[in-house]
Design a binder for this molecule. Sequence first.
Ligand code: FE2
Ligand code: FE2
Length: 329
Amino acid sequence: MQSVGKKGFKNGTMRNMDSSIFFKVRINTLIPGKPVTFDLYVRVGQQNIMYLRNGDYLTKEKVSHLSLKDSGSHFYVRQSDRKSYRDYLHEQLNSDQFTAFQKAQILRESSLTIMEELFENPDVSVALENSRPLVKEFVELMDSEPTAMAHLISLSGHDFYTYNHSLDVAIYSLGLADTLGFNKKELEEMGLGALFHDIGKRQVSLDILTKKGPLTDEEWAQMQRHPQCGLIILNDQNVSDAVKAACFEHHESFAGNGYPQQLSAAEIHPFGRIVAITDTYDAMTTQRSYNVPLNPVDAVTMMKEKLAGRYDPEMLKAMYSVLFKLKAA
Ligand SMILES: [Fe+2]
Ligand SMILES: [Fe+2]
């Protein structure tokens, strides 16, 4: 076996870069010195060129060299090799070779490309299908590495893109639901629901989503339709009512003045109440062009004091425990 770093590009160009043929993977999810179990392609101009063949591996030097280049930070793998890539990741996440922090990093890195895909792929059923094993990995890692959640939270995003946001909301929601005592199966549903909570934003125009400054009444009305749009999308999919509730009810308010149904307290599904908290928490602690991010404890305190009544008080209390675990790790 030989590192491709010494050989340069291998032959075999692929003209078709359609996402139904290839998916993107981040270089940081590939372990130096460990043979890959799939062919790896690099994008050059309009072509995908085979870079590393199944059984070859990257060296440490090559990984750090490639990471510095924009074009080298991502690779492409054939969709037909998706299972091999998934198994490769699964093996790393269950290996003694890595610390909990390294595993959290590998999982987060691999999730980001899946999230990008999820928001770009017009086919929600494919996105859902690819998200399920990912959520399972999160729940398993939380189970096997007690500090993994704290590391995952510490790695959470600083930029606000919908896909980063959805991933972070899923991570916080898993942390909160775990603290609240949900079982493994419920946690998997929670993770999936949180990943898709804003899926209805596909129907909101990009101008509105990225607008700096206040929205007009009409724009606001369009924005506020995203829970319904999300429900319509998910109704066509094979997902549970709990997953749908995380999407449809995450803008309800505990006091009863949220939207779209003005439900209150226990009328709101627990997943809706959880995402209401983690969604706001992420918005408050993330850098956006028009705000200064709050630190974690200040964000929860503000939700408790200034936004009193909007959130389930018991769940908000549990959110402090999640942050306490983060600090302890
Ligand atoms: Fe939302
Ligand atoms: Fe959101």
